[in-house]
Structures are given as structure tokens and as C-alpha cells.
Design a protein around this ligand. Sequence first.
Ligand SMILES: [Zn+2]
Length: 125
Amino acid sequence: MRNWRMSLARFMYGRYGLDKLYYALLIAYVIIMIPGMIFQLRIIYWIGNALLIYMFFRVFSRNIYKRQQENYRFTKAWSRFTDFRTHVYHTCPNCHATLRFPRKAGKFPVVCPKCSHHFNIRNWL
Ligand SMILES: [Zn+2]
């Protein structure tokens, strides 16, 4: 058992491993495969297999920087999806940085933390 763990650790050395995108793909895989198994749809079966291959490709990949960038883009999009009820996003007109504000109706003066540009934002509820 210990020897098996050591050989797995040696195999995974320098490889990317698991992250949030992996778990999201795993959940998507399970959600996709349930109707695929019930209705015996071959296209869903192939989409699920492609998803599985991509998941394992990411786990065993040695290009860690690229996998981290993918995970960063995913977590950024996911956080925008999950907090759309509580926050709004605006772009700074000067430096085009994406800024996050609490969702309140009205017009507010703001200062960009990146370039210190003063501008107004208008939030609609
Ligand atoms: Zn700015």
C-alpha cells in the first residue's frame, strides 16, 4: 500500500493535479451522462467521453501555467455567475479594469483602485 502511494506520488510529481475546474467538469460529466444512460443517446455518450478525456488531460498535464490560467478564467466566470444578485461589475473608462461593486440602485462617484481615475457609475436594480 505504501509502495503504491509512493509510486503514484512519483508519477504525479510535476503534473497539474485536481482543481475547481476539474470538479466542475466532473459534475457536468455526471449531469450529462444521466440522460445519456437513460435514453441511450450515442451523441451524449461521446460528449461525456470527450469531457472525461479533457479532465484527465488536465490532471496529468505538465504545463502547469496554462492549466492555472484555465482554472483562473473558470473561477472568475463562476464567481461572476454566483454573485450577480449581490454585486455588479463595471469597467473603468480610463484603464479598462473590471471593478466589482455592491449592488445598490443609484448613481455613485467611484475612484478606480488601479489608476485612481474618478468617474460615476449608475446601477439599475
Ligand atoms: Zn482605472
